[in-house]
Design a protein around this ligand. Structure first.
Ligand code: KIV
Ligand code: ZN
Length: 392
């Protein structure tokens, strides 16, 4: 019986994440990122797709022989199509790791079977069974993914998952490959498959969500409510097209909403900020400023009402502290929506304590400046102490 009290974090930043435009990483960068993922406490690192290139093979092998050999190292995993050559390449690349997983996948929607693979459902069933069986000859930790599961015929999906389990798969992934599902549908998919597949209670079910409709994190969490106990995700949500479910969003939701998800996990929350930062440096682009949890504005407040509240008690407008996820936030941003309290607070931080009358004068100058200037810096604020009003 698989542990139902814990959510396993399967990080695919170095595989699905790296597959997206602008996110390519060199060998040394992958190793650096993998070290950080280990510090972050992910359970499984999907280190790459070894058959794709010699470079990818070498990176997976290097991660397996360094990070994968340390005490309490994450499981090192590689991706393989349901093909003999792919599976053998993964087996070879992950061989040096203490704990290793082969992740093999086959599309299950008729659209993919007909247009892409050009095989029948019967052929797909045989191929899935044979390739999972082959993967099990190299490791007892085998994941089978039914690519495009959310657009697959449910009866066929149940058949192929049953065969994969009988052939020895220990994790079953039901990916929302094209970000098509809604949370209610995705939850129901897990409930149905888990209820109807023989032996489902002996394996771990996994979510793998893409963000094409902006629902990746919501879908991943819905999958957990439906019985999944592994989530596949990436740092900063990088990944094919609109990206994958963001690790930091799922981890933060599990932390903030413990009341809803009474489940443990191994993520070291204070490493979220450093992980996001490191990835942004490596791929030379960061998350959007308004990105949940790790965006530059995720803990920033500009309006007077919000600033007043946050200065009185941060919980008024923050559901977690930046420190709890290892982020140093510029909490109070001064702009044209800011009030006296925020200005007084910033001036005090800069070493200037003003009387009420002095503050009134400086606040008046501040509002005039903020109407003209989008970004107000500390030197602007200090300048206001002596400046003449603009219309003087
Ligand atoms: O999105 C997807 O279906 C995948 C599989 C290879 C798991 O990335
Ligand atoms: Zn994917």
């Amino acid at each position: 019986m698989a542990n139902q009290d814990r959510v396993i974090f399967f990080d695919t930043t170095l595989r699905d994440g790296e597959q997206s435009p602008g996110c390519t990483m060199h060998h040394a960068e992958k190793l650096r990122m993998a070290e950080q993922l280990a510090r972050l406490g992910v359970d499984i690192i999907e280190a790459g797709f070894p058959i794709a290139s010699t470079g990818d093979f070498e990176s997976v092998k290097a991660i397996a022989s360094t990070i994968g050999r340390e005490a309490n190292a994450p499981v090192i995993c590689g991706l393989a199509r349901a093909k003999q050559g792919d599976i053998e390449a993964v087996a070879k690349a992950i061989e040096p790791a203490h704990r290793r997983r082969i992740h093999t996948f086959l599309a299950t929607s008729d659209l993919h079977l007909e247009a892409k693979l050009r095989i029948t459902r019967e052929q797909a069933l045989d191929q899935a069974g044979e390739m999972v069986h082959l993967a099990r000859t190299f490791t007892d930790n085998v994941e089978f993914s039914a690519e495009d599961a959310t657009r697959s015929d449910i009866e066929f999906l149940i058949k192929i998952v049953t065969i994969a389990i009988q052939a020895g798969a220990t994790t079953i992934n039901l990916p929302d490959t094209v970000g098509y599902s809604t949370p209610a549908e995705y939850q129901a998919l897990f409930e149905t498959v888990i209820a109807r597949v023989p032996g489902a209670q002996d394996v771990i079910f996994s979510t793998h969500c893409h963000d094409d409709l902006g629902m990746a994190t919501a879908n991943a969490l819905a999958g957990v409510l439906g019985g999944a106990r592994q989530v596949e995700c990436t740092i900063n949500g990088i990944g094919e097209r609109a990206g994958n479910a963001a690790l930091e969003e799922i981890a933060a939701a599990l932390m903030v909403r413990k009341d809803r998800f009474a489940l443990e996990n191994g993520i070291v929350m204070s490493e979220i900020g450093p992980s996001s930062q490191m990835l942004s440096e490596i791929i030379s682009f960061g998350p959007a400023p308004n990105k949940a949890v790790i965006g530059k504005n995720a803990f920033a407040h500009e309006s007077g009402i919000h600033q007043h509240g946050v200065l009185a008690n941060p919980l008024t407008y923050e559901i977690m502290t930046p420190a709890s996820i290892g982020v140093t936030a510029n909490a109070i941003v001064l702009g044209k929506h800011s009030g006296r309290r925020a200005l007084e607070h910033r001036l005090a931080e800069l070493g200037h304590t003003l009387t009420k009358e002095e503050l009134d004068v400086v606040y008046h100058r501040f509002t005039e400046l903020a109407d003209r200037k989008k970004s107000i810096y500390d030197q602007d604020i200090v300048g206001l102490l002596t400046a003449e009003p603009a219309n003087a």
